[in-house]
Design a protein around this ligand. Sequence first.
Ligand code: PGA
Length: 253
Amino acid sequence: MRKKLVAGNWKMNLNYGEAKQLLAKLIEIKSQFNPATEIVICPPAIYLSAFSEHLRNHPEIKLGAQNCYFQDTGAFTGEISPLQLKSLGVKYCIIGHSERREHFNESYEVLSKKVKALLKHEIIPVFCCGEQLEVRNSNVHKEFIMKQIEDSLFQLKPNEISEIVIAYEPIWAIGTGKTATAEQAQEVQGLIRARITKQFGEQVGNAMTIIYGGSCKGDNAKEIFAQADVDGGLVGGASLNAEEFLQISNSFQ
Ligand code: PGA
């Protein structure tokens, strides 16, 4: 069976005191999370070190980063390497979030390097793709998303791409409260799986975890997660509330 995964992307939110409170709340309710679902939180990088200590005895909650650089070490002021993330026990790293593509000009090529660098250190990339509203309105979103995936991921070997999680995040749904319908999510995610299957074979395609992101909330997750090719969610705003994050995480039928 495919891995189910729900990841909270805290983005650049919460001061340290608030972040510690949210973590404490998640630890307090950890036994209520369905153990069959992988639960990941991605706090701001500055908190990862302390969080990895706090989570030492709570393996139910995995730690993820929101970004990294593609070199192991060196003169890259301000950057964080996969090797450094690994030394803290970080298991996942979001790559190619639309906010990074847009505000930090991350190209398909850079994203491809980041994915490879993470795989080298056995950190699971959560590779984001998704279209702007104009792209969807022009009805070229399917081609657009396939190109994002092909350009950044198709140089990988089957055993490498098998390690990745793909997150489909329509940009018009991120932080807008305007979620994609379950049918829209399924349509794109089904296509992603079909494309991966065509390129890398049935075994890889069937096993790939593909999650949905974009205004995923406690009251819509059930319907979205019920779709055949939706294996979980990448949750922004709603992950800042422990109870709602729990509700989303437990939304599989
Ligand atoms: P949102 O963000 O849930 O606040 O829409 C999702 C994301 O950007 O990963």
